[in-house]
Design a protein around this ligand. Structure first.
Ligand code: NAD
Ligand code: ZN
Length: 259
């Protein structure tokens, strides 16, 4: 693994625009289960995949009540880990152009990644949106209403159904976010794909897009991914150890600015 890490450090030093794409694997060391890893939510309970679908949520008030109740009862606040912090360090070195995350946990923001460099392509659990009028509000405020007795709180503006501002199966991605992510992939010279099975389209398509545009592709994941054949280097190891090791070994740039 030493050789691979050194090679990537060398490329990182030379890179002008690094784009990182993260998946659930970067947050497992914060205690949040992924979906498809060995201890993944869907690996253990394939039925759970159905509950994540938008049509079930829309059709069944009991599914919505359960979703709000679960959120209210789960007061646990995960913290960012060494992997999230390493990406902040990479940004502070002036190397990180854009961070595209499939995660909805908000941990990149909490670690200190700049909001303007971050694309939360599957949305965020920290916000709620109305499925009818689209208005957004903070999750905490809606959970207060659930606590006060509204089991399935409707939108205060239009009476529509509220849901966490995350993209469920069957829901479309935000087009602006997707095209911004694709633009970043096309213009980067190095792509770090971290902690994702790279099996969910269209986000996984970022990898071939970057590759076809001439970028080097580095995959960091504990298990094989759908895109390993496309990578210049695959590093198989725990993200919380590999990523800080990679980033710490890259010397400070003399003078560098990222546009
Ligand atoms: P995934 O669950 O499909 O795959 C995660 C991958 O990360 C697996 O291959 C696993 O082996 C690897 N992994 C897990 N922990 C690791 C570690 N510490 N070091 C190295 N590798 C590790 O994840 P995905 O590709 O992101 O797809 C899941 C979808 O579900 C995403 O689109 C995301 O929106 C959502 N999701 C989000 C969260 C979150 O926000 N934290 C959690 C679960 C699922
Ligand atoms: Zn509304």
């Amino acid at each position: 693994m030493n050789d691979a890490v050194e090679k990537v450090q060398h490329w990182l030093r030379a890179a002008q625009q690094v784009v990182a794409l993260t998946g659930a694997g970067i947050s497992t060391e914060s205690g949040i289960a992924d979906f498809r890893g060995p201890d993944g939510v869907w690996t253990r309970n394939p039925e759970a995949e159905k509950l994540a679908a938008i049509d079930t949520y829309l059709a069944d008030p009991e599914v919505r009540r359960r979703a709000w109740r679960r959120r209210l009862e789960n007061a646990w606040q995960p913290l960012p880990n060494a992997g999230h912090h390493a990406l902040v360090a990479l940004e502070r070195q002036g190397r990180l152009h854009t961070l595209i995350t499939q995660n909805v946990d908000g941990l990149h923001l909490e670690a200190g990644t700049s909001p303007q460099r971050l694309i939360e392509i599957h949305g965020s659990l920290r916000q709620v949106s109305c499925l009818d009028c689209g208005i957004r509000s903070p999750m905490a405020a809606v959970l207060e209403r659930v606590r006060a007795g509204e089991a399935d709180p409707p939108c205060l503006d239009c009476g529509g159904i509220l849901k966490s501002a995350t993209v469920s199966f069957g829901q479309r991605l935000d087009r602006k976010d997707l095209s911004r992510a694709e633009r970043a992939a096309r213009s980067c010279d190095l792509l770090l794909a971290i902690g994702s099975t790279l099996s969910v389209l269209p986000v996984a398509g970022i990898v071939p897009l970057a590759r076809q545009s001439g970028a080097r592709v580095i995959i960091i994941n504990a298990e094989p991914t759908a895109m390993d054949a496309m990578a210049n280097v695959v590093i198989r190891g725990p993200i919380g150890a590999v990523l800080p090791w990679l980033v710490a070994g890259v010397a400070e740039p003399e003078s560098r600015s990222v546009h």
